[in-house]
Design a protein around this ligand. Structure first.
Ligand code: PLP
Length: 158
């Protein structure tokens, strides 16, 4: 095992212990918590070192950087997540390669994700981000927009 692999495996083991303890405190099984390792700005060899240690979920916040990493770190056990705000002009591309899209904030964004997914024959999962604080600096849908977003979700083909 390389130094890099040993370091990453050791850190992951420590995080898993903390997750298991936190899950136990709230009466949940540890598998109920999914750790998403934020791999943005780190190269593919770090991702693969984490994969070797049993970490399969990775988060990227820039679609272009993520697509390059998906091409470089090929292991079909990996589930790639788009975290943070997704620009609508990146939605189709994101749907072609990522497995989870974390911060859907409009019906139109969701429809673009669906179009990209259908075109690519894929079924990514989408999470809706809601801005409950109503602060101008925060991303996320307003609570009033949720019925429209859920109606769009019901109409998705992918
Ligand atoms: C980078 C990022 C994180 C993780 O932030 P760290 O400071 O690296 O822990 C979480 N969420 C989003 C949306 C991010 O872009």
């Amino acid at each position: 095992m390389s130094d890099l692999q040993a370091t990453i495996a050791g850190r992951l083991a420590g995080i898993r212990v903390r997750i298991a303890a936190a899950a136990a405190r709230s009466g949940r099984p540890p598998e109920a918590v999914r750790l998403v390792a934020v791999s943005k700005t780190y190269p593919a060899d770090r991702v693969l070192a984490a994969v070797a240690a049993g970490q399969f979920d990775f988060g990227e916040n820039k679609v272009q950087e993520g697509l390059q990493k998906i091409a470089d770190a090929t292991d079909n056990r990996i589930r790639w997540h788009v975290i943070g705000h997704l620009q609508s002009n990146k939605a189709r591309k994101a749907a072609e390669a990522f497995h989870w899209i974390h911060a859907v904030d409009s019906a139109s964004l969701l429809r673009k994700i669906d179009e990209g997914a259908v075109a690519a024959g894929r079924r990514p999962k989408a999470l809706v981000q809601v801005d409950l604080a109503g602060e101008a600096t925060k991303f996320g849908a307003a609570p009033d927009d949720l019925p429209e977003i859920f109606a769009a979700a019901a109409g998705c083909a992918a």
